[in-house]
Design a protein around this ligand. Structure first.
Ligand code: UFG
Length: 328
């Protein structure tokens, strides 16, 4: 397949691009490097430096070249930032995605994979684990922007027959099992890389946000899913799109509390993580755990790196080998 990967210089996008290449597909990465890293683009992928805000360039790329599938990762993705600047998030994420969807329709693309999120499930009154058909209640403008794009894709299917997969990741974590790629957000806001950096002495300490959530130890619970398992889910989802569109929740179906993550890092590394309590973070739901039975049943997806040791071990390995991240 010839695949266009938008945001392919970012964390999840680069791992999916690598997996596609490993399986013999042709990959072209589209990125504007607002948050992505040139060094994260896997060897063997071509690059088109295009901003999806530019309608003409986006349309030109989609029309000029032939694509079997478009995988769309490029987005603003910080929940906290979206609470500080909601209109910017809503505008930018929806506008760039609509530009891309329209360009795909006009360019004759038939299959579209969309990077969606568990941030669609912001409300506290819902079933856990969360099935794909659970009620949507975005907890942030970031989640709202992703929900809008999911609905735009439904219309694009209904009106133009563009088949899509909306993949709602719970907490993407870990690093390429062969050590080629890893997680390097600037600024970093995610628990596992921050805790690893505190353990390695690259940050003074980790703050654990909130101690009075209604969970066993009072800290938030999340469903961490290895980025290589996510990549596998993307490729399996492409096969589903011959005749139908799909929406899948992607997680391991098991939750770990923030304190369990810290203890896991201490166990895997044999070193202590310096931490202290911090204020609860606005918009953080207490528990997010996925019910991924639909993708398992329909595609045979079965996460391979589901243990906390695999997730933490690969993240730690990459961070130790790349103390400055991608160092650009
Ligand atoms: N946390 C801390 N201290 C920190 C950073 C995080 O205690 O310094 C806590 C958070 O409060 C939360 C947990 O660690 O309880 C996980 O936080 P992350 O920031 O790592 O991940 P989130 O669950 O907030 O968000 C992630 C992605 C979102 C996505 C969401 C879906 O970043 O894009 O998962 O579950 F929407």
């Amino acid at each position: 397949m010839r695949c266009l990967v938008t945001g392919g210089a970012g964390y999840v996008g680069s791992h999916v691009a690598q997996e596609l290449l490993d399986r013999g597909h042709q990959v072209v990465v589209l990125d504007n490097f607002s948050t992505g890293h040139r060094k994260a683009i896997p060897v063997g992928a071509e690059l088109r430096e295009v901003d999806l805000g530019n309608v003409e360039e986006t349309k030109y790329l989609l029309a000029k070249e032939k694509w079997d599938v478009v995988l769309h990762f490029a987005a603003l993705s910080l929940v906290g930032d979206s609470m500080n600047d909601p209109c910017h998030y809503l505008k930018r994420n929806t506008e760039t995605s609509l530009n891309l969807i329209q360009a795909c329709v006009e360019g004759g693309v038939k299959k579209f994979i969309f990077s969606s999120t568990a941030a669609l499930f912001g409300g506290e009154n819902r079933v856990v684990p969360i099935p794909d058909d659970a009620g949507i209640e975005p907890g942030s403008p970031y989640g709202e922007s992703k929900f809008f794009i999911e609905r735009a894709l439904k219309w694009a299917d209904k009106i133009y027959g563009l088949k899509f997969a909306c993949l709602r990741y719970f907490n993407a974590a870990g690093a390429d099992i062969h050590g080629r790629l890893g997680e390097d957000h600037r600024p970093e806001t995610h628990l596992i890389p921050l805790a690893i950096d505190a353990m390695l002495g690259r940050r003074p300490l980790l703050k654990i946000f909130g101690s009075d959530y209604p969970t066993n130890d009072g800290t938030c619970v999340r469903d961490y899913i290895h980025v290589n398992d996510l990549a596998d889910a993307h490729i399996r989802s492409i096969d589903q799109l011959e005749h139908k569109s799909v929406t899948y929740n992607l997680g391991n179906g098991r939750g770990f509390s923030n304190l369990e993550i810290v203890r896991g890092i201490e166990r895997v590394s044999g070193r202590s993580v310096p931490w202290e309590w911090g204020e609860s973070r606005i918009g953080d739901p207490a528990v997010l755990i996925a019910d991924s039975s639909r993708i398992r049943k329909e595609t045979g997806w079965n996460p391979k790196y589901s243990s906390l040791d695999d997730i933490i071990g690969t993240a730690l390995h990459w961070r130790e080998k790349n103390p400055q991240g991608y160092n650009e």
